[in-house]
Design a protein around this ligand. Structure first.
Ligand code: R2B
Ligand code: URA
Length: 299
């Protein structure tokens, strides 16, 4: 049993006596089956604080017992923070696709070595909305790059490669159906390589090489193409798990409406509340899935 099918799993890994998952300070020589063998869901977020907060909230709402001594991160926390509550991992991936790429490679190998099967991966994050009310949760059906192309670009040995970025439709719809009273939409998401000029902001440090009119024309074009938000990881997440043949979803709350401005001006309380909404939709989904597992076990 393994997470990665033989056709797509890296054959070079078989040559390693021990595979060091360096950014977590975990390795394949550890008893990963015991530590992670029951994992079915991986929830990813940008910051360590959010990964911990989500783990605490999910444990409480899903009535998953936390070990004595409280919730502790597994592995080192210098780069990422990883928590496990029952069959759910909550892990931070940092900001941007280079950081998230390191994270998903090591988490996928970790769960492959642990013998996990049929794991679902969900990014829960923040974003800048395009034509939606701040606080709206956007669940991504397709991730776009900064040129509005549905690809993740990766330069390998001097060659530019492109990988498709459609998210898992069934998982996306199932999460959307768990929104309850929370304002949520399904739409396209631009994963940009920066927060300021790469997202067409006019409030970066340097004089931009575009005008306000050009910015608004681009945002209107993106909106007309079905884009509902901007963030910085969706194309990587979508393409990686698609290549791996694993279901993934991207669920982002929106902190502002970019058609109305660039600055994030909400209070910390409002931002916390917006962030909670994306987490809550995913917790609703997890509650439903865990209930299905319990019911199946009782039959
Ligand atoms: C959303 O928020 C972060 C930037 O503030 C980035 O990680 C993202 O995708
Ligand atoms: N994260 C982003 O990447 N962009 C925003 O506008 C807000 C959060």
């Amino acid at each position: 049993m393994a997470l990665l099918r033989p056709e797509i799993r890296n054959p070079h890994l078989d040559d390693l006596e021990v595979d060091y998952l360096y950014h977590f300070f975990l390795d394949s020589g550890m008893d990963l089956k015991r530590m992670f063998g029951d994992v079915k869901f991986v929830c990813m977020g940008g910051s360590g604080a959010r990964a911990r907060g989500f783990a605490e909230k999910a444990a409480q709402e899903l009535e998953i017992e936390i070990p004595e001594g409280g919730l502790q991160p597994i592995g080192k926390t210098e780069r990422f923070e990883l928590y496990k509550i029952g069959p759910v991992i909550s892990v931070s991936h940092g900001m941007g696709m280079p950081s998230a790429s390191i994270n998903v490679n090591e988490v996928a190998k970790l769960l492959d070595y642990a013998g996990c099967e049929d794991v679902k991966f969900i990014r829960i994050g923040t974003s800048g909305g395009i034509g939606v009310e701040p606080g709206t949760v956007v669940i991504t059906d397709e991730a776009l790059n900064g040129e509005l192309k549905p690809v993740y670009e990766s330069i390998q040995l001097g060659n530019r490669r492109e990988y498709p970025t459609q998210l898992d439709t069934a998982l996306t719809n199932e999460i959307f159906d768990c929104r309850g009273a929370i304002l949520a939409v399904i739409g396209k998401t631009i994963g940009a390589d920066g927060f300021y000029e790469e997202q067409g902001r006019l409030d970066g440090a340097l004089r931009p090489e575009y005008t306000e009119v050009e910015k608004m024309t681009f945002l209107d074009r993106a909106h007309a193409a079905g884009v509902r938000n901007f963030e910085m990881e969706a194309p990587l997440i979508a393409s990686f798990f698609r290549r791996a043949g694993l279901a993934a979803a991207v669920v982002n709350t929106t902190l502002l409406n970019r058609l109305e401005g660039d600055q994030v001006t909400s209070t910390p309380e409002q931002l916390g509340e917006f962030s909670d909404r994306a987490q809550q939709v995913v917790i609703n989904y997890l509650r439903k899935k865990l209930k299905e597992v319990t019911q199946a076990a009782q039959q």
